[in-house]
Design a binder for this molecule. Structure first.
Ligand code: VGL
Ligand code: ZN
Length: 189
């Protein structure tokens, strides 16, 4: 599958395109900023096709359980209302983009945009049956979101050029697990 053909019943799902996941941020992912440039034309195409654009954001309280000082595995990142938690300035999110906020629980992390957010019901309510996924990080929140989407019964298309992993090896394994779960990996835009 190569060409993007958005159709009725689709949604574009952009995962965590926030400053802290881009070079210069607190948890930078190599090429994170390139992903922002890559997804912009897809946003335009989604709008032209009249399909909804969803954008998730990691939105942690200060001292979140996922941070190293609290025994978690990550440096502090995407702390609520900081510049690092803001969407990347070059991301051209439409005004009617639907924001999905996660990672807000004090007692546990939420990698997946579906985790306790009500997203699956909201997508169904809008008649969405297939989602096109891009964003960061391929081996963390993108994977978790794509797998949950499959479990919820959605068709899932992953833009290979529209995502980057924390580690190359992690990225390869994530791709494998996503493919096994029925995620279709799309090359090119
Ligand atoms: C993420 C690590 C920690 C992500 C979020 O968005 O992929 N990664 N929190
Ligand atoms: Zn996080």
């Amino acid at each position: 599958m190569t060409a993007t053909e958005f159709q009725n019943g689709d949604a574009l799902m952009l995962i965590d395109l926030q400053n802290d996941f881009c070079p210069g941020g607190e948890l930078p992912i190599g090429g994170g900023d390139e992903v922002v440039e890559t997804v912009n034309p897809w946003i335009e195409r989604a709008q032209a096709a009249g399909i909804p654009v969803f954008a998730s954001r990691d939105w942690h309280p200060e001292g979140h359980v996922s941070f190293e000082a609290q025994g978690g595995e990550w440096p502090p990142h995407c702390v609520q209302d900081t510049e690092g938690a803001a969407f990347h300035p070059r991301l051209r999110l439409p005004g009617d983009a639907v924001k999905v906020t996660k990672g807000v629980r004090f007692d546990q992390d939420q990698y997946s945009a579906f985790d306790q957010t009500g997203l699956a019901d909201e997508l169904r309510r809008r008649g969405v049956s297939r989602i096109w996924v891009a964003g960061l990080a391929q081996d963390v929140c993108v994977e978790a979101t794509a797998l949950d989407a499959r479990h919820e019964g959605f068709e899932v298309m992953l833009f290979a050029e529209g995502t980057r992993p924390v580690s190359a090896e992690g990225g390869r394994k994530a791709l494998e697990r996503m493919r096994e779960a029925g995620v279709e990996v799309v090359n090119g835009g």
